[in-house]
Design a protein around this ligand. Structure first.
Ligand SMILES: Nc1ncnc2c1ncn2[C@@H]1O[C@H](COP(=O)(O)OP(=O)(O)OP(=O)(O)O)[C@@H](O)[C@H]1O
Length: 716
């Protein structure tokens, strides 16, 4: 409301100013008819001009900083302006504060850059001044010495201006790069802090778009425009001083255009900001669609879904294109206006200035200087206008980046416990759990279990029963809705995160390797860069020992560069079985006390499975193990078996006791054996003597839900 009031007042002031300027113009064109009233008109016009300018600037700043977005309705006059800010407005202010704090670290650099810019601006203003003098010395005074001396001075000034302009540009580019690195690092740090649920509920394309496109927009646009903005502002200020010196009358005529330009910037800035936000969102959507297909190319290919993937991407690109067209139209209108404006100013100035020269109230050289000043001022103002709209676009992108940087993880920070002795007693006490993305679906309903040190406990049951969710809770990827997950009698959240991940190691269903050497993949999370003291980083011997235990050493040594062989992006250059064995070595090199095995062989073919399983069976003797198992041999060898169905422990006991109980487990075993007979005959005929035991959890219990086969679950 306050901003709107200022706008109305500005319009009234503009009207007053127009009348005053008209009177002043009459005085300039027809001297003497209005006596000394010209001076009075001039002062009045300056005062109103300044008022208009400040009012417009204030309104524009309010708009850009987001105050106005919270406005509208209610008893507005009774409330202070900031009381009416909504979430978006507060976000905008905190965005600006955060951006300033990012730049603050480069203050000395920016000060030097600004000073160099000020000197360059002075030089820019002196060039037209000396140009006018040269014309006067050559045409009116006909003084050859002065002419030559001023030409020399002009060369020196031009040279100095070029040097200081270069220094300013270089320093701002350095500041821009530092800002870029800082904002990306902060964003990446913030992402690393987020809870797992954030990554499952936010599309990866959206996150990477924030990290790549938006941070680039923010850093490039803000720094570049800060540079251009400061340069233009100092240039405009210097030029105005020289303009007044050349002719105060003409200066006032050109001065009337400043509020007009600011008004255009304000309207265009608001429009462009919204549009830029929409364009960025649309691009992020398109990226997400592309990424979904590209990251699952095998699935796309195996379903011959290339056309639908292309159509989905094209549809998104089309929406993006339409928005860009709208943006281009807005930009075209803006460019037309800002191109016409300087020419109009030139014509008016020439007309009035020519009259002043004819009336002997101004020299021809001063008029030439003045025309050059006007060109320079126009350039500076136009650059300021561009800066204004580019800032608006950058702030749109910055809002999203800063929002993400400031996002507080929805998991409490882990504690700092690092006990020197750890027996590995794992307990779940009456744990209830729902995923944050589906709070109404109860995944675990009051699960209590205890795995004693050195014990091997197998979790079996139908797909979707909640087995992996138990493992995720032990890993503290999520918090239980109620109940507690405990290690050695203490809540898992009390332990130091790094300590926990070293003592409780997970071998997941789908191992993920990174584009680095085999050795570094095994050492993942245990390097000096991870904050591990050098003496605690496992040695090469330890890495090889872990690889031997994981049945991985031989195939690693057979690779061209052994442990230094690059695994390729996501481990593409390795087979599923090889990746899984490296993942097992990665768990073993930590020398953990508790091992969590989440169907570590389910995604493998039977040959790989046999090798991996052998490694797992060997490991299980030495650790406290919670294993989600689908091989009968693993389950049968476990000290205890828990059958998890519909989020609860349906049965528990040893293989023998459960098999005889006639319950869910015995049904699973019976069905597995009946399948085994047919699988065995198939397997023996196809591959010799190895028998591929089918998955326990792919066999539906009589009363259990239907569930996909492993082949269906295979994410490819
Ligand atoms: N990230 C998630 N967000 C929401 N729901 C999930 C998530 N992960 C799993 N679920 C749901 O939780 C339930 C239990 O899943 P969970 O993976 O724990 O079962 P499981 O017994 O391990 O199954 P499987 O043997 O197929 O791996 C399922 O209904 C599943 O759809």
């Amino acid at each position: 409301m306050a901003v709107r009031f200022i706008c109305i007042a500005t319009q009234l002031a503009l009207l007053t100013k127009a009348v005053l300027v008209a009177l002043l113009g009459a005085d300039l064109l027809f001297p003497g008819r209005h006596g000394q009233s010209g001076l009075l008109y001039m002062f009045a016009a300056i005062v109103t001009s300044l008022l208009c300018t400040f009012a417009e600037m204030f309104a524009a700043c309010a708009l850009i900083s987001g105050w106005e977005e919270g406005g509208g309705g209610g008893d507005e006059a009774a409330q202070p302006l900031l009381d009416k800010t909504d979430k978006a407005a507060l976000q905008r202010q905190s965005t600006i504060a955060m951006l300033l704090s990012f730049s603050a670290q480069d203050t000395p650099l920016l000060i030097v850059a600004f000073l160099a810019g000020a000197v360059a601006a002075l030089g820019q203003a002196l060039i037209p001044y000396y140009t006018g003098q040269i014309i006067d010395y050559a045409s009116i005074d006909q003084s050859f010495d002065n002419f030559q001396w001023t030409c020399l001075l002009l060369v020196v000034v031009a040279f100095g201006t070029a040097i200081f302009t270069g220094v300013r540009g270089g320093l701002f580019t350095v500041a821009m790069t530092r800002f870029n690195v800082r904002i990306r690092t902060s964003l990446f740090d913030a992402l690393m802090r987020q809870e797992i649920a954030f990554f499952t509920s936010t599309k990866t394309g959206e996150i990477t778009s924030r990290l790549s496109a938006d941070t680039t927009t923010v850093s490039d646009q803000i720094c570049l425009n800060l540079n251009v903005g400061l340069r233009s502002l100092t240039q405009a200020a210097m030029v105005l001083v020289f303009m007044f010196k050349a002719s105060w009358r003409l200066t006032i005529i050109t001065f009337i255009l400043i509020p007009l330009i600011i008004l255009v910037c304000k309207v265009y800035g608001a429009y462009y900001r919204e549009l830029a936000k929409a364009v960025q969102n649309e691009l992020a959507e398109a990226n997400t669609v592309a990424e979904e297909s590209l990251s699952s190319m095998a699935t796309v290919r195996s379903h011959a879904a290339e056309d639908s993937a292309r159509a989905a991407y094209q549809h998104r690109l089309h929406l993006f294109y339409k928005l860009c067209l709208k943006e281009a139209l807005g930009y075209a209108a803006y460019i037309m206006f800002t191109t016409f404006l300087p020419n109009a100013v030139n014509v008016i100035t020439l007309f009035v200035g020519g009259n002043l020269v004819l009336q002997d109230r101004m020299s021809a050289g001063s008029l030439v200087s003045f025309m050059l000043y006007v060109t320079s001022l126009n350039g500076a103002l136009q650059a300021l206008a561009d800066v204004f709209s580019a800032f608006a676009a950058a702030l749109g992108a910055a809002d999203k980046v800063i929002e993400l940087i400031q996002r507080l993880p929805k998991m409490p920070d882990p504690g700092g416990l690092k006990p020197s002795s750890f027996s590995g007693h794992l307990e779940l006490k009456d744990v209830e759990f729902s995923y944050p993305s589906r709070p109404d679906t109860r995944v675990l309903g009051g699960v209590s279990l205890s795995v004693k040190p050195g014990e091997v406990v197998a979790l079996v049951g139908p797909s979707g029963g909640g087995k992996s969710s138990i493992v995720k809770l032990v890993e503290r990827f999520y918090l239980p809705s109620s109940g507690a997950v405990m290690l050695d009698g203490r809540d898992v959240g009390l332990y130091d995160a790094k300590w926990l991940k070293r003592n409780v190691a997970l071998v997941a269903q789908e191992p993920v390797l990174f584009a680095r050497s085999v050795r570094r993949n095994i050492l993942y999370g245990l390097e000096v860069e991870d904050g591990v003291p050098p003496e605690q980083v496992p040695s090469n011997e330890h890495v090889e020992e872990a690889a031997r235990l994981a049945n991985a050493h031989d195939f690693i040594m057979a690779m061209p560069q052994g442990y230094e062989t690059d695994c390729g992006e996501k481990g593409v250059s390795l087979s599923g079985g090889q990746k899984q064995r490296i993942a097992i070595a990665r768990a073993l090199v930590r020398k953990p006390t508790v091992l969590l095995l989440d169907e570590a062989t389910s995604a493998l073919d039977s040959d790989s499975e046999a090798v991996v399983q052998e490694a797992l069976d060997r490991m299980m003797k030495d650790f406290t193990v919670l294993v989600i198992a689908h091989r009968l041999s693993t389950v049968a060898n476990a000290d205890r078996i828990l059958v998890i169905a519909k989020g609860q422990i349906a049965e528990q006991g040893t293989h023998e006791s459960l098999a005889e109980s006639g319950g869910l487990y015995s049904g699973l075993v019976r069905r597995q054996f009946s399948k085994t007979t047919s699988s065995a005959s198939l397997a023996t005929s196809a591959r010799g003597s190895y028998v591929n035991l089918p998955s326990l959890n792919t066999l539906a219990p009589a009363a259990g839900p239907s569930h996909p086969s492993i082949a269906e679950k295979d994410p490819q």
